[in-house]
Write a protein of this length. Structure first.
Length: 100
């Protein structure tokens, strides 16, 4: 039966996989997906600690994080579509100098 340590290891792996994806990629869409992966890793650790300490506060906090992540995903998808429509690329290096 998996214990708290197992869940925390998986949570850390998810977070650092998302961090590595965010740092190493140049595609803005992949960067936003990596941020979502990091948030899911954090959520898993909140739920693991909440279950371990038999408190509901961690699980309630996860619902707020999921709501913020959903709003961030919707806004970022709209921005990605707008940026692609204007520049025809999703490469972050192309957006370093935003000219009007």
């Amino acid at each position: 039966m998996p214990g708290l340590t197992h869940y925390l290891i998986v949570s850390a792996l998810l977070f650092f996989l998302g961090l590595a994806g965010f740092i190493s990629r140049k595609n803005i869409f992949i960067m936003f997906l990596s941020v979502e992966l990091m948030l899911n890793g954090i959520n898993l650790s909140f739920i693991a600690f909440s279950r371990f300490f038999q408190e509901m506060s961690g699980q309630i906090f996860v619902f707020f994080v999921i709501a913020v992540a959903a709003a961030e995903a919707a806004i970022s998808l709209a921005l990605v579509i707008l940026l692609y429509k204007n520049r025809q690329t999703l490469d972050v290096d192309e957006y370093k100098v935003m000219k009007g």
